[in-house]
Design a protein around this ligand. Sequence first.
Ligand SMILES: [Zn+2]
Length: 479
Amino acid sequence: MGDDITYRGPLGSLALAEAGAAGVDPADLYLAAVSWWSAAVAPAVSLSAWPGLTTVWTALVHRNTPEADPLLPLLQRLLDGISPLAVHADVTTERQFDAATHATQRAVNAGKGTSSMLLTGSPFTTNRGRPNLSWTLQGPLRLAWEREHMPPTRGKARFRGPSERLAPPDVASLWTPSIAEWEGFQATDAATYSRVLHFSTRPVDIPPISPESDTWQDELALAYAWAFNTRPFLRFSKQALRLRKVIRRVDGRWDELADPHADFFVRIDDHVVRIAGTLAASERTTVASAHVEAAWNLARRAVRDTSHLIGMDTDMVNEIVDDLDRKLLDGAEPEGELERVKSNMPNPYSYTRWKEPSGDNAVRKLKLWYRGRCQMCGTVLALPSPRDRYSEAAHIQAREDNGPDVIENLLCLCPNCHVLFDAGGRVLTDDLAVIDTVSGDAGRRLHLHRWHFIDLQYVRHHRERWRSWQEPATESISS
Ligand SMILES: [Zn+2]
């Protein structure tokens, strides 16, 4: 298999399409996009093989520290409009971590963000001229990775127990330390660095590669809306589970390296599962063997890079890596069409998650998103406090027709538009343009918050209802 990276799905297409013009290595951009996307969808997506989490933690180690890291501004330009994310740079102390957590929580409470954040920059402080990852920061970092159900118990880091501190939101890391800083990692607690996949940044000397698809923006936007509206619980296909077992078995072999630095690799299976889940979520499918393979390709690069960075016996590392490559190749079975995830399956781990408080309350979500503004005409009915603003939650497929109370079937409307819509004076097209059924005029498109996904089955049901209602009325006039 060599050291090839498999550029998978819309995230892979993003990297191939954008890296050249931006002057960055496509593999670096792919990794960075995977970390970003994993954090962006983490509040919505759960994995069957891992309790809830999908966030991918990476550190891109710069051999030569660039004056300004190009990856983050690039990601912000490419992804923030599609999958908005709270980004916190250079969180180096426990207090800064807590401040970032509280800022994220405040944004959630105000309806302005999700319970997820991405840590960028570098986690190292300079202590007497020597870069250092502080012990007190390691506690909350490990908790953010493990969640409260698996508190770390070993290691030198002192941290307050999970019951004493706020459960952190979903956290991913996209650290970009310099090699000088990174070397400080070795001296500190091994339990923290194994949670991060470490990569060396590459010199940019890449022949242009064409992406498979130029529709990655549309695909990611769709996947993001899908994630937050169906809250998918992603299962692994049989073939994917088989490959994962192979990786997990080989994880036990890192001990053979008899090198304290082998601790860097103890969580390869965890990393592969998280990356595979992130990739599957970007394609709205169950996790297939192709996702596990693509994830292993990234993890394999991290294993090789890390062994170089710490100057390990690379022959021994390569032996394990090649063994794993061979076993994965043997275990690979062709898989047919990837299975789209459709249903909104209950998430057995949801009680451990730090969900948005509005998660189950569709009406409250509407109020937060639209602040009382009518989605059809834009009217805001301002009232004296405490009512502030008046708007109505309108069902698209009517309640009397068994329309559910879910956000995909609800609109935030002013009372006039609500009456017109409920009585068939207005219908919506599949493009969500508003049609006046009396005049036949097509109005502007429905105003839509970027997280508001409207299920077209309800729109069609509403349209059909008023079409079939008009038919008998016409007959009665003609007879
Ligand atoms: Zn209105």
